[in-house]
Design a binder for this molecule. Structure first.
Ligand code: SF4
Length: 733
């Protein structure tokens, strides 16, 4: 059980952790009479040590939200009605079996939203369901609006999307941050609680933090800021490489030792001198040269890129170049550089080899029906989901499940998705809110919040800046009739076991295990992983090693496995048989060729970039009154000079148009964005179709109406949506 301290009759404090975003800060939950009444930062957590942000503290309002869906709902012509679990599951399974029987597994899809990644059981069970249903089924995740291009770059360089290097924050002396705002996002593909403090530590020990971004964000304001024209990061990175090669800053022997294709790369980057790219990036050539020299000369330096570098037109190229600059500057797999975390599994290299081989095969074989784009980590581009539902033919989606996601607000052209959802023969949401998306579904099945389930952050173990393990038990019982996603999926598999050979086998094995007195749950898999990886008990071979139960029992605040990340592990992180990084790829050459393609339409003079807000988490925390206090709402940022030219004043509502759509929202005028740029927060556009009253009141505009779901506008290598650097214009209303 989670650690408990008696307060008074009926009240306990339980040690747990927050799972809204990636730092996974330690929290202490106060529970009175079975109800979560307070969340506070855990002062004994070894890494977050007394820090939790306002979202983490406000989460009691989500758990106890009167707008929460806590019973199964069925949509009728008159609105949603309550049904029993048995009624819901019987109807869903009957209809699903009929659809699969008539059209095959290719007629079924699943959209898996970002919060789902924080539950090990949710991840594992969705994969078991949708992959087990048959190889022709459709699987979409939020990754194609977030990380697919980063994962694809790893697949090209290291042979597996699962090897993603992170900056060694605790030891670096020069951190270059591109397209990320860790002060507000708290880190992404990088689990580092108190990340702002870690960045200030770099400066305190005499180092530097350089932020390269079109916006002088909250983070940029605290460190050195280098403004860049949106979606030109790849040009800057190509110039950094050109300087390193031209000035002999690269250690060619060392690179040759670990990588193949250096000569190919050298030729490719040669035309991208700082003078040639300056007109595109807006960065002075001498500034680029200085940065290249500093990266090569500083023994502990790293470039770290995140969302802004992933969601442009050349996301795979940009992520690829970030790693290549780290390699050429001598900073890959070095203390204080860009390093691989890994799991510390016995035989890690061969595990990576097998995983990489399967995922590369799946990328080649599983192409989206629309656009023919490969599946990165088995997931298709979510931007194409509406078209996959609407376009007739083989593998047309007729039944769709959506868990932990609100794609109407998060995928490009969400308005296209709404009628598509209405056209489905079966649509089922696993969610605890009636949102802009789930309100279009035939059923909403109520699920638990993070404090109503046990957990181990399986998906984030490979991004820990300090090797660390923590697990938790549920701190309160599920609200109403809520169930965990895996329980719903397990029942669904049992009820439709005739639809897929794997389901039949799973159901049979489950019955056999039950007869033997074993109740199989996903927790057994998570426990197995904890036991086998660094710090684990190796199933009894390592005395005092970790297990799931030991983590929740004797180490509720979590356990630091090692003080620093291991280096010298490059070989075991590479899934290619030869154990060397592969630099030469036709996909990379093709993306570089695109850089000199036609520019943006002349009548859309501005470039739109995204923007995070410290009290939002994409679209799903806008129903918390605490987080929506004060002057809360969506507003865009534009530069004072642009505002003057367009005759727009601070606070005024404007129309923002792109070649794909038009929205209206108020702007704030600032010097903190470059001229020619408009920064717009995402996750807004609550329009009253959902059942979350506070969010509906906040409204806002769906920025993804300005983005394109046309297959030609989706990044062809990774299927990434194009969400930054989109050409727009502003008109005063
Ligand atoms: S930073 Fe993220 S993990 Fe930490 S308390 Fe805030 S929302 Fe939770």
């Amino acid at each position: 059980m989670a650690e408990s301290t008696e307060l008074r009759a009926g009240a306990t404090k339980k040690t747990t952790f927050c799972r809204i975003c990636e730092p996974l800060c330690g929290t202490i939950a106060t529970v009175e009479d079975g109800r979560l009444v307070k969340l506070r930062p855990d002062t004994q957590h070894p890494l977050s040590s007394g820090f939790a942000c306002q979202k983490g503290i406000a989460f009691t309002e989500v758990v106890n939200d009167p707008d929460r869906v806590t019973v199964p709902l069925r949509r009728t012509a008159a609105g949603f009605e309550k049904v029993t679990w048995d009624q819901a599951m019987a109807d869903i399974s009957t209809r699903l079996s009929a659809i699969v029987g008539q059209y095959g597994s290719g007629s079924v899809g699943w959209y898996f939203g970002n919060p789902g990644a924080f539950s090990y059981a949710h991840v594992l069970s969705v994969l078991a369901f949708i992959k087990g249903l048959g190889r022709r089924s459709h699987f979409f995740t939020a990754s194609s609006q977030d990380i697919s291009s980063r994962l694809m770059a790893s697949q090209l360089l290291y042979g597996t999307p699962t090897s993603v290097p992170i900056p060694d924050l605790k030891r670096t002396d020069l951190l270059v941050v591109m397209g990320a705002n860790p002060v507000v996002s708290h880190g992404s593909l990088l689990t580092a609680p108190r990340i702002r403090d870690r960045m200030h530590d770099i400066v305190k020990r005499g180092g530097r933090v350089v932020v390269i971004d079109p916006r002088r964000s909250e983070k940029a304001a605290q460190f050195e800021w280098l403004g860049i024209v949106p979606d030109t990061d790849s040009q800057l990175l190509l110039s950094l490489l050109q300087v390193m090669f031209a000035e002999g800053l690269a250690d060619a022997d060392q690179i040759d030792l670990h990588a193949e294709g250096l000569d190919w790369l050298r030729l490719l980057v040669a035309p991208f001198t700082p003078d040639a790219t300056s007109a595109h990036t807006g960065i002075e050539p001498e500034v680029v040269r200085e940065l290249a020299r500093d990266l090569a000369a500083t023994p502990r330096a790293a470039i770290y890129g995140r969302l802004g570098t992933c969601v442009g037109r050349y996301g795979t190229l940009t992520s690829y170049l970030i790693d290549v600059v780290n390699l050429v500057a001598g900073n890959l797999d070095r203390p204080g550089g860009s390093v691989f975390v890994g799991f510390g599994l016995p035989g890690q290299r061969w595990v990576n080899f097998a995983v990489g081989a399967v995922l590369r095969w799946s990328y080649r074989r599983r192409r989206s029906r629309i656009g023919g784009i490969g599946s990165v980590i088995g997931a298709e581009p979510a931007a194409l989901m509406a078209k996959e539902i609407l376009a007739p033919g083989d593998r047309q989606i007729r039944a769709l499940f959506i868990s932990a996601g609100n794609p109407v607000l998060s995928v490009p052209n969400g308005e296209e998705l709404e009628p598509a959802l209405e056209s489905l023969q079966l649509s089922v949401a696993l969610d605890f809110y009636r949102t802009e998306t789930t309100s279009h579904c035939d059923y909403i099945l109520p699920v638990t919040t993070m404090y109503e389930r046990d957990d181990f952050p399986l998906a984030f173990q490979a991004f820990q800046a300090t090797p660390f393990r923590q697990a938790t038990e549920a701190v309160v019982a599920p609200a109403g009739q809520s169930r965990q996603e895996w329980e719903i999926i397990a029942e669904l598999i049992r009820r439709v076991s005739g639809s897929a050979p794997l389901f039949a086998a799973l159901s049979r094995s489950h019955r056999v295990l039950k007869l033997l007195g074993v109740h199989f749950t996903p927790r057994m898999l998570a426990d197995g992983l904890i036991r086998l990886t660094a710090g684990g008990d190796l199933f009894g071979l390592r005395r005092g090693g970790l297990t799931f139960d030991r983590l929740t029992g004797s180490s509720p605040h979590g356990k630091v496995i090692e003080p620093h990340l291991r280096t010298g592990v490059l070989k075991e992180s590479i899934a290619y048989l030869r154990g060397r990084i592969q630099l030469e790829h036709s996909d990379i050459a093709a993306q570089i060729a695109l850089l000199s393609g036609p520019g943006h339409p002349a009548d859309y003079a501005l470039r739109m970039v995204g923007m995070r807000d410290s009290r939002s988490e994409n679209s799903w925390l806008h129903n918390s009154p605490l987080l929506m206090r004060g002057d809360r709402g969506q507003h865009a940022l534009i530069n004072v000079d642009d505002a003057a030219e367009l005759h727009v004043s601070d606070g005024e509502e404007v129309a923002v148009s792109s070649p794909y759509g038009r929205i209206r929202l108020p702007v704030r005028v600032t010097k903190d964005v470059m001229t020619g740029v408009i920064a717009v927060p995402h996750g807004w556009g609550h329009k009253g179709t959902g059942g979350w009253r506070v969010a509906n009141q906040a409204g806002g505009a769906n920025v993804n109406q300005l983005t394109s779901s046309d297959p030609g506008d989706i990044e062809a290598v990774s299927g990434m949506a194009w969400l930054t650097g989109v050409p727009v214009r502003i008109e005063a209303l």
